[in-house]
Write a protein that binds this ligand. Sequence first.
Ligand SMILES: C[S@@+](CC[C@H](N)C(=O)[O-])C[C@H]1O[C@@H](n2cnc3c(N)ncnc32)[C@H](O)[C@@H]1O
Length: 135
Amino acid sequence: MSDGDLVIVYEKHDNMKAAKVRENLVLQNRFGVFKHSDWIGRLFGSKVFSNKSEFVYMLAPTPELRTLVLSHRTQILYVADISFVTIYLELVPSCLVLESGTGSGSLTTSLARVVAPTGHVYTFDFHEKGPASAR
Ligand SMILES: C[S@@+](CC[C@H](N)C(=O)[O-])C[C@H]1O[C@@H](n2cnc3c(N)ncnc32)[C@H](O)[C@@H]1O
């Protein structure tokens, strides 16, 4: 993990949140205080400890996890429907995708992963406020 990375802080399967790693910040929860600086240089999947010797896991922000932690600005697509959409559209790396109705961006992150590294996703929403998943 590096300064500026988005990470998923995993407490348990029904308690996860997204955080942006910032060298000078701390994360405070019921387990105590976690210094972001302790996370830098560690691998995704690492167990990290608080000032009270309690722990959380730091997970990579996969599209599946982002779907679970993002702030819902709209109704969102979940993994079953996302899988159907990507297979039905026969999306593969290098595809060019135009998505209308970004909403909270749940589908968008999966589209981006499917077409990477040479494809591209263009997404549009007539509602000005964008996805809030990194907050
Ligand atoms: C249900 S949400 C999409 C959720 C998104 N697929 C996800 O998984 O997070 C529908 C979105 O479509 C947008 N929308 C509806 N009609 C549209 C249009 N004609 N052009 C662009 N965006 C539109 C709405 O503003 C809303 O944000």
